[in-house]
Ligand binder design. Structure first.
Ligand code: MG
Length: 374
């Protein structure tokens, strides 16, 4: 298959998806629904590819911006182009609109899904080949109601999930320490990571991070605002617990500065921050080349974006710390995929079918839709 088919269809859905509870993540809260934008590309002959933009307004951007970037600025670059011209389309997309990395991730996911369906190959085969069949799953503990999170941890234990990430810095330090003590006492089988999501002011950061480091988490993620590279570097020097950068490092350009200024021991790689799967792979490789580890992070996503991230990690040996693709299973009231996102014994299962390996149910897209364009 030579992928000479032209892309003739470009459909968008802006979805509002109900979630099971509020979640606090450092500087922001999610409650009621999370909003994503789904893109469907159709090629001559009828093959289709799907991608998702999963923004968060306090972190990467807004669903309105993702929708506008795709509908107004990226649509003209795609329609009429050949499926095989993916790299050229993505280079044009990078120049056509600043930022909007989630929209670019949706576009690259849909182009890869489309190429995979036309050539009967999984997406991982199109971006380097597979280095793993499963990925350890981490679930975030972020409910302001800690009793509800205790019930969630009991369910995770039954499901053989071995990694949890405690979201800290949204209430007070005593609440964070109380939860860490309780987890250490009642759930000693979990490996624990800590993520502040930029929740600390610089003057609070050193004493609070040192206090949390006593619990020996696998890593402590992004204690301060994304632009405080100097504070991140200082924190890294006062604790032996690895420091992870998330909001400070979106794409390869940020990774250059993070390595030069020594702000972290590892990085959370997200296709929604990097602007696609291949740029995410570049971030992970740059991290490894600088002696850092890499983690498979995500946003508030459906199973569709989880699948894109799963294929990226499957083809990226440098991402060694697992992934956090838990929302489809543990957070959305209903996911949008036709067949469930596969998690088995606490591991995300890498699909081997064509494209992303599963598709959204268009009936669900229409049901949860708040805005649509074709
Ligand atoms: Mg994070």
């Amino acid at each position: 298959m030579d992928l000479r088919q032209c892309i003739i269809g470009f459909d968008l859905w802006h979805l509002a998806l109900p979630v099971v509870s509020a979640r606090d993540h450092g500087i922001g809260r999610v409650e009621g629904t999370c909003e994503v934008v789904v893109l469907r590309l159709t090629a001559e002959g009828g093959a289709q590819g799907f991608g998702e933009a999963s923004p968060w307004s306090v972190f990467t951007g807004t669903p309105e911006a993702s929708y506008a970037a795709l509908d107004r600025y990226l649509r003209p670059l795609v329609q009429g182009r050949r499926v095989g011209n993916r790299a050229a389309i993505m280079a044009d997309a990078a120049r056509a609109v600043a930022h909007c990395t989630e929209a670019k991730a949706a576009l690259e996911s849909a182009l890869l899904d489309l190429a995979g369906h036309i050539t009967c190959q999984p997406v991982w085969a199109l971006i380097g080949g597979k280095c793993r069949d499963t990925i350890p799953l981490s679930c975030s503990i972020a409910n302001p109601d800690f009793d509800a999170d205790i019930a969630l941890m009991q369910r995770l234990r039954e499901d053989k999930v071995g990694l949890i990430k405690l979201k800290t810095g949204f209430k007070d330090h005593a609440f964070d320490i109380m939860r860490l003590e309780r987890i250490a006492q009642d759930f000693p089988e979990f490996r624990v990571r800590v993520d502040y999501n930029q929740g600390l002011e610089p003057e609070q950061a050193i004493p609070q991070v040192l206090d949390v480091a006593r619990f020996k988490p696998d890593f402590i993620e992004q204690p301060v605002r994304h632009h405080h590279f100097d504070v991140m570097a200082r924190l890294r020097n006062v604790t032996d617990v690895p420091l992870l950068a998330d909001e400070s490092v979106f794409g390869p350009e940020d990774m250059v500065r993070a390595a030069r200024e020594g702000i972290c021991d590892g990085v959370s790689v997200k296709i929604m921050k990097a602007g696609g799967l291949t740029r995410g792979q570049t971030v992970a490789r740059m991290a490894a080349a600088n002696g850092m580890t890499a983690y498979g992070g995500d946003m508030f996503e459906t199973g569709l974006a989880h699948l894109a991230g799963t294929h990226m990690i499957a083809a990226t040996p440098e991402i060694t710390l697992g992934c956090e693709f838990y929302q489809a299973t543990y957070y959305l009231k209903e996911d949008i995929l036709e067949t469930p996102f596969q998690v088995r014994d606490g591991q995300v299962v890498v699909p081997n079918g064509p494209g992303l390996g599963a598709r959204p149910d268009v009936g669900k897209l229409d049901h949860y839709n708040v805005r649509r364009a074709s």
